[in-house]
Write a protein that binds this ligand. Structure first.
Ligand code: C5P
Length: 287
């Protein structure tokens, strides 16, 4: 993930590759005849009011298309929050797709993408899934060919990172320092290969986030020590992803990895676009 610099609108220009994985939340929608949006979540630490992106996605659709129906939404949360995994953004995208269907809204792909990007920079990606090149503030999506399936081990250390705070830290520590040129320069030479080579992976958030939260660096090192050929901070963190050539190597790492108190481990794999779209279209389960 390359952060190219700050834009006039206050966001940062990005150049990155995004990938859907099998770790997911489950959301159930039930159309109602009143005009309320009611929401439940099995995780009590997750807000179920207008501060939740799912609620805001439903409200945005209802307002834009003057919908007179309501909805009951049940969210089963598994993707950790403030981890840089896009959990909230993927929930929001799923909500848009589900409610466009349930509320029988006729909307073009462009309309859907517009509502999606008004909710968050990385929400549009989750309308497509698979592997994609993202530019702009992360909202301009160019689908790429699926890369071969990879097995992953995601570690969520105790530290939580808010995206806005991570960008602010990045500004203070890197973009505005003498190092800003190397960041901008390195960003030109993007490598979109599906390589599992540690040297081919780059995330401009890593140096600043790992320095600020040594626990995250320990999580990355634990993955490498457990046999992951490559490991990287996910987005702005705090989750770290270990990438494996095959399931055997992933399973050996699950046995070998030394987790500190409170760390959570999520074994999963990459999900290609066809699989993602068929599951989202059929509103089924990703496995
Ligand atoms: O777009 P989203 O709501 O996910 O962004 C959360 C925050 O992260 C923004 O308010 C902004 O501070 C920061 N951000 C950024 N540049 C981006 C994406 C996000 O500065 N490309």
């Amino acid at each position: 993930m390359r952060v190219l610099g700050k834009r006039d609108d206050g966001y940062h220009e990005l150049d990155t590759v995004l990938q859907t994985v099998s770790l997911h939340d489950t959301i159930t929608f039930e159309r109602t005849d009143d005009d309320d949006i009611r929401m439940w979540c099995d995780d009590r630490s997750v807000p179920v009011d207008k501060t939740n992106l799912v609620w805001r996605a439903a409200a945005a659709l209802r307002e834009r298309y003057s919908i007179s129906h309501g909805v009951k939404i049940r969210l089963e949360k598994r993707v950790p929050a403030e981890a840089g995994l896009g959990g909230g953004s993927s929930d929001a995208a799923a909500t848009l797709m589900a409610l466009a269907f349930l509320w029988e809204i006729e909307m073009s792909e462009d309309d859907l993408a517009q509502v999606a990007e008004s909710l968050g920079s990385d929400v549009p990606f989750f309308l497509y899934g698979g592997t994609a090149h993202a530019t702009g503030r992360g909202n301009v999506i160019e689908p790429l060919e699926d890369s071969p399936q990879k097995h992953l081990l995601i570690i969520k250390p105790n530290a939580s990172i808010s995206t806005a705070k991570a960008y602010r830290t990045l500004n203070r520590s890197a973009l505005t320092s003498a190092d800003s040129k190397p960041i901008l320069f390195r960003s030109q030479a993007s490598n979109f290969s599906a390589s599992i080579d540690q040297n081919a992976l780059q995330n401009d958030f890593e140096p600043v986030v790992l320095e600020q939260e040594p626990e995250i660096e320990r999580a990355k090192n634990a993955l490498l020590k457990s046999g992951a050929p490559a490991a990287m901070l996910s987005g702005s963190g705090s989750a770290v992803i270990g990438i494996f050539d095959n399931q055997d190597a992933q399973e050996r790492a699950i046995q070998a990895i030394e987790l500190e108190t409170g760390w959570r481990a999520f074994p999963c794999k990459t999900v290609g676009r066809d699989r993602y779209q068929s599951v989202m279209g059929a509103a089924g389960e990703i496995s």
